[in-house]
Design a protein. Structure first.
Length: 155
């Protein structure tokens, strides 16, 4: 957590029936960009290293506000390689590439999909796990804030 970042200590509580299910542009503009800029955020999305181990070892209980089988975490970005090898398997980038995310007619970010395979590349077995990695368009971050660590934060 950066020194200027403010996270509310009070857990976000939704009324009965409400879930955290933002549109892609909302994730980028109202959560990820604010996290990068150190602005105040509700305590909804936990931080963890998504790419440190296999998905079944993620602390899924830390995110309890979403829809079934959907979790949000702040993390550092995946490697720019097509394949990220970890314990027990690897993530492979969707060959279709990153899709632009627009808000109010502007490209505010990109969405990259990575699929998790058990085993070793290229002969792994595809699983049901996938990661959708949201990135902020660097043009939305003031130059003085655009250091190396800032550029690597993703959801």
């Amino acid at each position: 957590m950066s020194s200027g970042e403010q996270v509310l200590d009070v857990p976000a509580v939704f009324a009965a029936g409400y879930k955290f299910c933002p549109m892609d542009s909302d994730v980028v503009v109202f959560y990820l960009k604010r996290k990068i800029l150190g602005e105040q955020l509700p305590n909804i999305i936990p931080t963890t290293d998504v790419y440190a181990s296999s998905p079944d070892k993620l602390p899924l209980g830390l995110f309890q506000m979403g829809q079934r089988n959907e979790w949000f975490f702040f993390s550092t970005k995946s490697k720019d390689d097509d394949i990220t090898v970890i314990d027990g398997g690897y993530y492979e980038i969707d060959p279709d590439g990153a899709a632009p995310i627009t808000w109010e007619g502007k490209i505010v970010g990109h969405l990259k999909t990575l699929f998790f395979y058990q085993g070793s590349p290229p002969n792994g077995t595809e699983t049901e796990w996938m990661v959708e990695e949201f990135r902020v368009n660097p043009e939305l971050v003031p130059v003085d804030k655009a250091d190396h660590t800032t550029q690597e934060k993703v959801i």
